[in-house]
Design a protein around this ligand. Structure first.
Ligand code: ZN
Length: 835
């Protein structure tokens, strides 16, 4: 793979790069030339019938008109026809077949781009016939074991296509007419449904030493891809499927021989985050059907195996889409290169590069869609996002093609986050638009994150909780640790806990490749020369993983970490989310004050002001979510047989969190009710905005899972006095949500009335779960009778009813009186419904 750097763009043995064929519509089947009259019918799907026609003389089939390319096998074009000449050496060889859209009407500019298939296939000759099979890998066994007979049958896979041999080449290579292979309705090969043959054709072909590329135009009818981002057109309407539309897609099919030299797999370990493949190995020496799981990684081999650090024989190269805006290209190159130090720690210098890909005009033989090339695509979409992934050799986990999708609107997301989180700390962000140099750096950060995915890493949301909050306000600490979070594979964005008086230089506000990344690259990529099998690597890998006991910032998200308050997204400094949230809120107040100065411009609409205000409220909601997570939380660490994995959060911290929510989440911060801002963006909306936010916090706090955990922690506690109980939560919440009812003069404002109604709705959901909630496939609600939650909720509602009754006499205004009567009616309804 990736034989791009030196000789490899070198198109080995390419006789001629076929010029694009005429794109005039072709007849339903190519009109047979005179010498083709005996050509058997047939083609994909085994249309040839049981008895194959007799092959003819080679020169009768591969005539003088043939344009031939030579590579992995020979590719002939004769007019509109496409023939493969497959020698014995290429038969029964597993090959990766991918398709990628080059140009397509299937894409919705409001949606995610990409798509295409991946499949391992194999050509096989059966007498005078050649078939193409789709191989399967989920089961494996040793080929000398008895069970192999069954396993082999499974692995063979389905026959996708079947062809009569038209002729044999000089070396008994089988010539087959595959004109229809990519133009028929084999489900694995066609993104367009119901391909119509006379609106579809083969465009171009390429033959390289290890792969064959075929570009085709497929026309048929499909439903457009759904919109996935803001601005996506609805189409169709009415909530039904969008209507079928004529579609045309130019697709690249790239068929790559899997490596002869199979990389040794490295077993997956849940202590270290890696993308992985799972296979059932029926020859493992254990008394069950054993699942083996191996990590995805590029194959790096040292040029000098004796050196501690050596250049690899083949570096990892990510080709940057020429469609990327020119001004961003250097930032994207840098985003890839930022991984180099991590690979140096794993023993590889100059291991990974970004490089601008040639345009088709500069190199007609280069394609971003070639199965050998790792690529950063730039997508013309309104989706404010990016993705990273990989195509692997299923035998070993070797990454054959890394792929990153950068959607053009990622810049909107970065602008919003940076402005909302840290603009008070960076003068460049205090006027919009931000300068290109800052946006370039933010796009670079996204690229580095997505490359992380593409070289094998999942998210590690635990990382941002591993440094004390005080430390990440210290410039010296940030410089020593390379940032405020130990990996940029966390969703920890920009460092909102820093305060202006901390004087943190802006470059330290952005996550960087950190110590966890260095650790993970070392764990997955360092050679272990003494080991000859994956099992022999295990003691070394275990020793490396145990560094996590000593250095918490090397820890990875625990697999079943529901309820770990350190496993948060969008959080900075979540080692103490209450403290970090308070610091973040100080910045958020500064941000909201700066929205008008930054974004109000004569001659421009208020759309940007509106966006930023909505983002600020959203950020407030995220902060409250971080604090909520502490309640009924349990810290986790993956231990692999060396100790306890779960530890409930201390009682005092849980209580502190609820008290903070009472004071911060259940009030509406005055900063958001600034009329000079609101009167510029909306006629009405603020009340409802906070009703939704309040309901979200209460629903999280009173979720069945969280309440169940409180019951569970209490049951298992060694000393009951150490536990924050469900009763404690109800007492504390009552003070926060219903505090007015105990005052001398009772006045409940509109935001708080909504909050109190949201509390009753959450109680109703616990006591009277809907049929849909009870039968939900994932995580169904328990029958109310099955848990303590019912008793606790009923008692709370009965107490609240009494409180409301007493408060009625002290209501200071008519709306409060109406509200209290409504509260009592609603409580009666909820309690009655549960009977
Ligand atoms: Zn990600």
């Amino acid at each position: 793979m990736l034989r791009l750097s030196i000789a490899a763009t070198a198109v080995l043995g390419l006789a001629s790069c076929a010029a694009p064929v005429a794109t005039a519509p072709t007849p339903a089947r190519p009109a047979p030339a005179a010498q083709d009259s005996a050509r058997p019918t047939g083609g994909p799907g085994g249309g040839g019938g049981p008895q194959a026609a007799q092959p003819r003389a080679y020169r009768q089939v591969i005539t003088d008109r043939a344009v031939t390319q030579t590579g992995l096998f020979k590719v002939h074009r004769i007019g509109e026809r496409l023939l493969f000449e497959i020698p014995a050496a290429a038969m029964n060889r597993e090959m990766l077949l991918i398709s990628r859209p080059v140009e397509t009407t299937l894409q919705n500019p409001g949606g995610f781009f990409g798509g295409g298939m991946r499949q391992i296939v194999q050509w096989e000759r059966r007498g005078n016939r050649v078939v193409l099979r789709a191989r399967q890998f989920l089961l494996t066994a040793d080929s000398t074991d008895a069970i192999w007979r069954q396993v082999q049958g499974f692995r063979q896979g389905a026959v996708l296509a079947s062809y009569n041999v038209e002729a044999y080449g000089p070396d008994s290579a089988a010539v087959v007419d595959v004109s229809d292979l990519f133009l028929s309705n084999i489900p694995e090969l066609a993104p367009v449904e119901g391909i119509v043959r006379n609106r579809s054709w083969v465009d171009r072909t390429w033959a390289f030493a290890d792969n064959i590329n075929v570009e085709v135009t497929q026309s048929g009818a499909s439903r457009p891809a759904p919109a996935g981002g803001p601005g996506g057109g609805g189409g169709g309407g009415g909530g039904g499927q969008p209507p079928l539309r004529s579609q045309t897609a130019r697709m690249m099919f790239s068929m790559l021989k899997l490596p002869d030299d199979v990389m040794m797999p490295r077993w997956h370990d849940e202590r270290v985050g890696f993308n992985s493949s799972r296979i059932y190995d029926l020859s493992r020496d254990v008394h069950r059907t054993d699942q083996v799981r191996f990590i995805h990684r590029f194959k790096l081999v040292k040029q000098d195996p004796t050196a501690a650090v050596s250049d690899p024989v083949e570096p990892i190269i990510y080709w940057i889409d020429p469609a990327t805006p020119d001004w961003l290209k250097p930032w994207i190159v840098e985003g890839v290169n930022k991984w180099q130090p991590a690979f140096e720690a794993a023993g590889f210098s100059n291991a990974i590069f970004g490089r601008i890909a040639p345009t088709p005009e500069e190199d007609p033989n280069f394609s971003l869609f070639d199965a050998r090339h790792s690529v950063i695509y730039w997508r013309p979409s309104t989706v404010a996002n990016a993705t990273g992934g990989q195509v692997v050799d299923p035998r070993s986990g070797q990454i054959l093609k890394g792929e990153v999708n950068m959607y053009h609107n990622i810049m909107e997301l970065q602008k919003n986050w940076y402005f909302i989180q840290v603009s008070p700390l960076d003068p460049r962000a205090q006027r919009l638009p931000m300068p290109d140099s800052l946006m370039g750096r933010l796009v670079e950060y996204v690229v580095t994150h997505e490359i992380g995915h593409s070289i094998g890493f999942p998210h590690n949301m635990k990382s941002s909780a591993q440094y004390p909050v005080d430390s990440i306000r210290s410039r010296a600490f940030l410089e020593r640790m390379n940032g405020h979070v130990a990996t940029l594979m966390d969703y920890s964005r920009f460092k909102y806990v820093a305060q202006p008086e901390d004087s943190i230089p802006p470059h330290l506000l952005i996550p960087q490749v950190g110590p966890y990344d260095v650790f993970a690259v070392k764990w997955g990529y360092s050679p272990i020369p003494s080991a000859r099998t994956p099992d022999e690597e295990k003691p070394t890998l275990d020793r490396w993983a145990r560094e996590q006991d000593q250095f918490p910032w090397l820890r990875f998200t625990t697999a079943d970490a529901t309820g770990d308050p350190e496993n948060l997204t969008e959080a900075v400094g979540d080692a103490d989310a209450v403290r970090s949230t308070k610091l973040g809120m100080l910045n958020l107040e500064r941000v909201v004050r700066s929205i008008l100065p930054a974004a109000e411009k004569p001659g421009e609409s208020y759309a940007e002001v509106n966006t930023l205000y909505g983002q600020a409220v959203g950020q407030w909601g995220r902060y409250m979510g971080h604090v909520t997570a502490i309640v009924a939380g349990a810290y986790t660490q993956e231990r692999y047989g060396t100790g306890e994995r779960f530890r409930p959060v201390e009682k005092a911290r849980q209580r502190e969190a609820v008290q903070y929510l009472n004071q911060a989440a259940f009030q509406v911060p005055a900063m958001f009710l600034d009329p000079s801002l609101l009167r510029r963006i909306e006629n009405e909306g603020a009340v409802d905005r906070f009703r939704v936010r309040h309901a979200a916090v209460l629903n999280q706090l009173l979720s069945q899972d969280r309440l169940n955990r409180l019951v569970e922690f209490e049951a298992l506690a060694a000393r009951p006095a150490d536990v924050y109980t469900i009763a404690d939560l109800m007492t504390d919440l009552r003070a926060g949500v219903w505090g007015e009812l105990s005052q001398g003069s009772v006045r409940v404002n509109v935001y708080r009335r909504n909050l109190q109604r949201a509390f009753l709705a959450a109680a109703d959901a616990r006591l009277n779960p809907s049929e849909a909630a009870l039968t939900r496939a994932n995580n169904p609600a328990p029958q109310p009778a099955a848990s303590d939650v019912r008793g606790v909720m009923r008692a709370e509602l009965q107490d609240l009813d009494r409180l409301a009754q007493q408060a009625l006499a002290r209501a200071a205004d008519p709306m409060t009186r109406i509200h209290l009567r409504d509260v009592r009616t609603e409580i009666a309804r909820i309690l009655e419904a549960g009977r």
